[in-house]
Design a protein around this ligand. Sequence first.
Ligand code: E4P
Length: 217
Amino acid sequence: MKFFIDTANLDQIREANALGVLDGVTTNPSLMAKEGITGQEAIMKHYKDICDIVDGDISAEVVSTTFDGIIEEGKKLAAIHPNIVVKVPMIKEGVKAMKWFTDNGIKTNCTLVFNAGQAILCAKAGAKYVSPFVGRIDDTGWDGIQLVEQIVHIYNIQGIKTQVLAASMRSPNHIIRCAEAGAHVVTSPLESILGLLKHPLTDIGLAKFLEDAKKLQ
Ligand code: E4P
């Protein structure tokens, strides 16, 4: 399973990348706004900066909702760096645009996916990634992990190559559950990635080992 970080914060991307286990980055307009990035030039430069830090797929989301607008925006994003993946919302114009991008050699990540039907459509359009939003589904009282399992199952039995990129992670446990469900990629905030490191018995055990190591000197 690949590990992506879900942020536009360059310091957090550097910190996760320094762990040596990072495979890519996902961003969205809300995450970009959180970093105070404004204006087309600054947005493009920010994506370039991310590509310079991480050697892996970097999702950059379009904000247009018409076919022509998505194509125009996506072409500009894809021209920033070969690792850019154009993130396209699961709307009718988005499906058409993803098919166009596929036919023209541009990688896509279909975002805002909340059911299996949407996942089937984005696979038909040739998306490289489908992003089911696990946490947001859980927030509504439904089971986001169940959706990941269902999409993985459908893709497996249909021989579909689109990769399931489990998004909207809320905890380290979400990451573990998505790994169990067969997700090809998980994208999480830095906090959840670092949360995987933690166990109180590790801390207690290390303190004891270090204390006893002093006796060896
Ligand atoms: C996916 O690519 C999105 O950027 C992200 O995972 C959404 O997460 P949220 O529900 O925490 O905003």
